[in-house]
Design a protein around this ligand. Structure first.
Ligand SMILES: NC(=O)c1ccc[n+]([C@@H]2O[C@H](COP(=O)([O-])OP(=O)(O)OC[C@H]3O[C@@H](n4cnc5c(N)ncnc54)[C@H](OP(=O)(O)O)[C@@H]3O)[C@@H](O)[C@H]2O)c1
Length: 314
């Protein structure tokens, strides 16, 4: 089969489509003929050598995909050949075929095209296990989180780095849109909440936002940390955490076991898929690229000009 290979660690130009061995199918896995794979920031970190896939995972990038089941392992009962699905992967989505534990597979939600379904697994699983002030509101994660938070009736605050991105967040339902380049988000949060602060923050920046996140939280507030794009080392004044009874929780999909991922996948199917079927949560897809243009797609991802998800298709 053809797959996108990281030939050496480096910039987008190191991505090349090559002929590689088909994946081997284990008893608890299904083999998917890929229709589309979605890009994630972590793919870029893998390409640069900042993140290494877990032991035993495919060496090719791609943490989520959609497609048609081509074969099922001996121990799989839920899925059949020909089923149209999307899946949370440990790697290998940028390819014509990928093998994945059956527990990490979801049906394509009715009303969503097979290709667009590739944009859901990663964001749905991350957002389900976290959420409601959202930094990086226009990111793949952010655009999904806004819609889910509104579906659950939350008042949603977002930060983003341009007026165009903030307008997109507003269109998706965000209530308070803050340009972090021109505004102090702590001051704005306080102003909008009568001095109280927000109840939940979904943050992927880490270091540079840490203290300001604590300052933006209400009593009993919760900070979900899902990334460290601005750095990972910071000081923590425990008195702030204690005086406001704050909870700080890190949420990493990558480090979860297949069994644990399967639990989240089933919760997503039960709780998030109905919102998609009802048209309350829609795929936000910026651009599609063929597999042969993976490097171009990664240039776009690295420049952070996009709003929502970027997809690759074989
Ligand atoms: N823990 C988990 O399980 C998990 C799962 C999925 C993703 N993540 C993390 O979530 C984050 C978003 O992922 P994604 O794939 O959705 O990303 P994405 O679509 O590439 O978007 C990232 C956005 O972050 C903003 N950004 C980047 N650098 C920034 C900086 N220094 N300061 C402020 N904003 C910055 C940019 O928007 P602006 O123009 O507004 O700055 C950019 O659009 C990443 O850190 C990723 O690793 C974690």
């Amino acid at each position: 089969m053809k797959a996108v290979v990281i030939t050496v660690l480096g910039g987008p130009e190191v991505l090349q489509v090559q002929e590689v061995e088909d994946p081997e199918l284990k008893d608890d896995e299904v083999l998917i003929k890929v229709e589309a794979a979605a890009l994630n920031k972590l793919d870029s970190f893998q390409r640069q050598g900042v993140f290494a896939p877990p032991q035993g995972a495919s060496p090719y990038p791609g943490l989520e995909c959609s497609g048609t089941i081509e074969a099922v392992g001996g121990h799989v009962s839920r899925w059949n050949v020909g089923d149209q699905v999307c899946a949370l992967l440990s790697g290998g989505g940028y390819a014509e075929k990928v093998a994945v534990p059956a527990g990490q597979v979801l049906p394509v939600p009715p009303g969503i095209s097979l290709k667009d379904a590739a944009s859901f697994p990663e964001v749905a699983c991350t957002v389900w296990s976290t959420i409601f002030m959202i930094h990086g509101g226009s990111s793949g994660i952010g655009t999904f989180a806004i819609q889910m938070a509104k579906y659950w009736g939350a008042r949603v605050f977002v930060t983003a780095g341009s007026e165009e991105k903030l307008a997109a967040c507003k269109d998706l339902g965000a209530d308070v849109c803050i340009n972090y380049k021109t505004e102090d988000f702590v001051a704005r949060v306080k102003e909008e909440t009568g001095g109280k602060g927000v109840d939940v923050i979904l943050d992927s920046l880490g270091q540079s936002y840490f203290q300001r996140n604590l300052d933006s939280l209400n009593f009993d507030g919760r900070l979900f940390l899902i990334g460290t794009m601005s750095g990972s080392v910071t000081e923590l004044d425990l008195r702030v955490v204690m005086s406001k009874r704050l909870t700080i929780q890190a949420a990493g999909l990558r480090v979860r076991s297949p069994e644990n991922k399967a639990v989240i996948i089933r919760e997503v199917e039960k709780n998030v898929w109905p919102a998609i079927v009802a048209g309350k949560v829609k795929p936000v897809i910026y651009k599609h690229f063929p597999l042969t243009e993976a490097a171009e797609a990664h240039r776009l991802l690295d420049n952070s000009q996009h709003i929502g998800k970027i997809l690759l298709f074989p």
